[in-house]
Design a protein around this ligand. Sequence first.
Ligand SMILES: [Zn+2]
Length: 284
Amino acid sequence: MPELPEVETIRRQLAPLVEGRVVARLEISDPRWCLPLAPEAIVDAVQGRRVARLARRGKYLVWELEDDAFLLMHLRMTGTLLYDPPPGTPYERVRWELDDGHELRFCDPRRFGTGELALGTPARDAFFAARLGLEPLDGELTGEALARMARGRRAPVKAFLLDQRRIAGVGNIYADEALFRARIHPLRPAGRLTRTQWDVLAVAVRDTLTAGLVAGGATIDDFRHADGVRGSFQDEFLVHLRRGEPCPRCGTAVVKFVAAGRGTYACERCQPRPRARRVRRPSS
Ligand SMILES: [Zn+2]
């Protein structure tokens, strides 16, 4: 699934191409994309309006249109937003025609991607306030903030990192990579991390996302840049998808297990498993 670096990569590519342009025509060929709204409601709000800014919040791509209309797109599992793709590109769900003759198409084989509408800045802010927490690359992600949010939480730290209402934009890839960098086991209960570990983890999350961004995101299967090119961060994974391969730090084989319901990769020498609660043994 596209995570923060993948969505931000697309945003950076498309922003100079769409900002200032008018959406001359919007065609929604798959009405499921904007449920529960009817396609006409989105078309009415978007068509004929100028794009003031293409922004991002967490994993959402945000079309800021004139008159404070906001189209909020989530790419989900397999969505890609392509600029002038070759004719016949499959799985098209939505098409934008810009006033300069260029077009964008949202292609999404598994059809989980969504388009939602917010009319007015308060509506946009309320939408995100209900769904998203800290924006990790905006200086809000500190060890102190994480430690405060995690106090008393017994859920594994990996589940904590994946919860978009706490940190926006981190998904399975970047959680595994950040925990490895911070030498923290994904199953460690979030509330049991030390303040020092949170400081290290905050830096690791930011560094991992930044490295992903520099590599143009990760392409494991479907993610493509707006021009169809693949990201390359998958070539730099330290542990994610590297089961059985040597840990780049100590050489121990990387293991895979389930944490937070997701396939999770770690080096259990560098990231020691949390000890089970001590059981009193009978003295013999
Ligand atoms: Zn190791």
